[in-house]
Design a protein around this ligand. Structure first.
Ligand SMILES: O=C(O)CCC(=O)C1=CC=C[C@@H](O)[C@@H]1C(=O)O
Ligand SMILES: [Mg+2]
Length: 379
């Protein structure tokens, strides 16, 4: 595969509702859609999911844009690529910057699938033709406000409800949910808001038969999560701590978690996600695909990875309308009764609609062969 140029379409998309987690509230999403164009003019698309600020992880979009322009886009332009699995090897000398790497690699995967005339799911090795999805609800100002949101989403048929918790918005809030909704499939995501000093609170959550507690302790931690998992019956699910295949292997070895939330961007792309999938399968660790408030391109990549066999738990890839007044793809992602059908069109399976994208477009930067990686200070 010969990639002629890479375009970085930078979008500012207003969220339909503010999204609050333990580390803050956001009203809009700064998203970069990566377009890889081959010498026959075909386009493959990826999405950079870095945060606007380094609050979820150390990555943030301004830095990811520099990394994509300076290193990762020129590298895929300058090298003949026979299969997208080679891209990770190309990027290996450059440390971390996983979301930037994943965005470029994802565009190469989509382009490859389109060149082969197969779906991205088939290119990855996925078999499912539909996937179960849940929904992730941010913290509302009041518990009552959250209960209303849950009622709405339960009626829409989502296969599981994920709610954010933080100190002071946890045990009593979950108790109210259980009192109103009975034994619905329910999980919590703490986004690292607790420490082992909060053991009593974390143990109290065992009373509610939660599917899992996601990332209760520090991002990157494996040791304290292993200590915590020994003390509570609720399965620990790791998100921010699993930022590589090696971290997944370490977490499984240490018993830091019983479930892993795979986010393609966080782990460095589809190739690394597949490696983690196979390792987790070997060790009976079920997976689900988390979300990063993606636009349609990222949601379609998430659906493709979820078609792999060991993604056995409902993920966060809800309908496009969950976040966007108008998504940038046609057709949009649409969950019906918590089920999303996998498009059988080549690649990501939907058209990136530049007409719709226009309303959000801040700028497009183009990287071509002239943008050699000539600013590396080591030979
Ligand atoms: O994209 C979605 O629907 C899930 C959003 C979501 O829960 C998260 C997005 C980004 C970081 C976190 O706040 C949180 C997560 O940890 O999963
Ligand atoms: Mg999470």
């Amino acid at each position: 595969m010969k990639i002629k140029e890479i375009k970085l379409h930078q979008l500012l998309m207003g969220l339909k509702h503010p999204f609050t987690t333990s580390f803050g509230t956001q009203q809009e999403r700064f998203i970069t859609i990566v377009e890889a164009i081959d010498d026959e003019g075909r386009s493959g698309f990826g999405e950079c999911v870095s945060g606007e600020d380094p609050l979820y992880s150390e990555e943030f979009m301004d830095a990811s844009l520099i990394a994509m322009k300076k290193y990762f886009a020129p590298l895929v332009i300058q090298n003949e690529i026979a299969h997208p699995d080679e891209v990770w090897e190309l990027f290996k000398p450059f440390k971390r910057n996983n979301m930037a790497k994943s965005a470029i690699e994802g565009a190469v995967w989509d382009l490859y699938a389109k060149q082969e005339g197969i779906t991205l799911s088939e290119a990855i090795g996925g078999k499912k033709k539909e996937v179960e999805v849940g929904i992730s609800l941010g913290l509302e100002d009041t518990d009552e406000g959250l209960l209303e949101k849950i009622q709405e989403k339960v009626e829409e048929g989502y296969k599981r409800i994920k709610v954010k918790i933080k100190p002071g918005r946890d045990v009593e809030m979950i108790r109210k949910i259980r009192e109103q909704f009975g034994d619905i499939p329910l999980m919590v995501d703490a986004n690292s808001a607790y420490t082992l000093n909060d053991m009593d609170t974390l143990k109290a959550l065992d009373a509610f038969d939660l599917m899992m507690i996601e990332q209760p302790l520090a991002a990157g931690d494996l040791i304290d999560h292993a200590k915590l998992q020994k003390e509570i019956s609720t399965p620990v699910c790791l998100d921010e701590s699993i930022d590589s295949y090696e971290a997944a292997a370490g977490a499984i070895e240490l018993g830091s978690c019983r479930i892993i939330n795979v986010k393609v961007g966080r782990v460095g792309g589809i190739t690394q996600s597949k490696k983690i999938h196979d390792l987790a399968l070997e060790h009976d660790i079920p997976l689900w695909c988390g979300g990063m408030l993606e636009a349609g391109v990222g949601r379609l990549h998430n659906i493709a990875i979820t078609t792999l066999a060991n993604f056995t738990l409902p993920g966060d890839t809800a309908s496009s309308s969950r976040y966007w007044h108008e998504d940038i793809i046609t057709p949009e992602v649409s969950a019906k009764d918590g089920i999303v059908s996998v498009s059988q069109e080549p690649g990501i399976g939907a058209v990136v609609d530049f007409g719709k994208m226009e309303q959000y477009l801040q700028k497009t930067e183009v990287v071509t062969t002239e943008d050699a990686v000539d600013m590396i200070f080591y030979d």
